[in-house]
Design a protein. Structure first.
Length: 291
């Protein structure tokens, strides 16, 4: 019978070359996910553009997002692989200064988390949480705000998975907080892009998941979706204003009501559903749809 350790060993491998942390100079090997062999059985795509994967009898559950971020096991510096070794000295110095606070933040979420061995859901969720903290110290030329948004959204997904597995813990509550943080970062990233203070276009892939890059349209769609699902409801007038803006943004972006053959099919379908849901809520609140 194949045990859990054997399944894990058959899923990942450690890179041949070592990575050197530019902050503390620790050297380590990245854990990488093996491909092929029926390891990843793609399932449905959620409205948040997350690709779900079905568990297989041979390899068990698989969470590709767990292995994405490069994390120093010593100082807990976490970043996307393309950024890990190229950030400017000023950003790295600020990340170094906040090392102790990163340790303490992670301890408040997990009784034990380690990046020296095989990653679990806990390490995966922690890797994105740490990256949010690290990108807080990164200069605008590296587009840190949208990267924080992607990390917050992915962290919300993984904390939600942890909440399903361990309902006695507070992971679902943390997931909800991270969804709200993702909304803040996505909103802020678009604002900074519009004013020319920080460009989103520096991102290699907009994700939000690993299987497909939904581009800038995906960023706009997710901002509208997060506003609809997680935006504040304490001020009804403000909510109507924000949702009205998102309705117009979706209509303009996807040409809703007209032919949209040049847009990705799944994204267009989700955008149409979101548009309809926003219109229903606005109509229920007495705000008639603009033609």
């Amino acid at each position: 019978m194949t045990n859990k350790t054997e399944k894990t060993a058959s899923l990942t491998f450690y890179s041949k070359d070592q990575t050197e942390c530019p902050i503390c100079n620790a050297r380590f090997k990245r854990e990488e996910l093996k491909s092929g062999g029926g390891r990843m059985i793609a399932g449905s795509l959620t409205d948040e553009l997350r690709r779900l994967y079905e568990a297989s009898s041979k390899f068990g559950e698989i969470h590709p997002l767990v292995y994405t971020m490069t994390v120093c096991p010593k100082c807990h510096y976490s970043a996307f692989p393309q950024d890990f070794c190229i950030l400017d000295k000023e950003s790295l110095a600020r990340i170094y200064e906040n090392m102790q606070s990163r340790y303490e933040s992670v301890k408040r979420l997990f009784s034990r988390v380690s990046f020296t061995g095989t990653r679990t859901l806990a390490e995966g969720a922690a890797s994105y949480y740490l990256a949010i903290l690290c990108y807080e110290s990164v200069g605008p030329k590296f587009s840190p705000t949208i990267k924080q948004g992607v990390c917050a959204l992915r962290a919300a997904w993984l904390f939600s998975d942890l909440g399903t597995k361990y309902p006695e813990e507070n992971y679902t509550y943390v997931s909800d907080l991270l969804y709200h943080k993702a909304l803040f970062f996505y909103r802020r990233a678009i604002e900074l892009e519009t004013t020319g203070k920080e460009m989103i276009s520096n991102l290699k892939s907009f994700g939000p998941d690993l299987d497909k890059n939904y581009g800038y349209d995906g960023v706009l769609y997710l901002t509208a979706l997060l506003e609809y699902k997680y935006g504040s409801r304490t001020n009804p007038e403000k909510r109507v204003e924000l949702l009205s803006y998102q309705r117009r943004s979706l209509a303009k972006m996807f040409g809703l009501g007209r032919s949209s053959k040049n847009k990705p099919g799944p994204l267009l379908e989700h955008a149409r559903n979101l548009y309809d849901n926003i219109v229903v809520e606005l109509n229920d609140n007495g705000d008639e749809e603009e033609e």
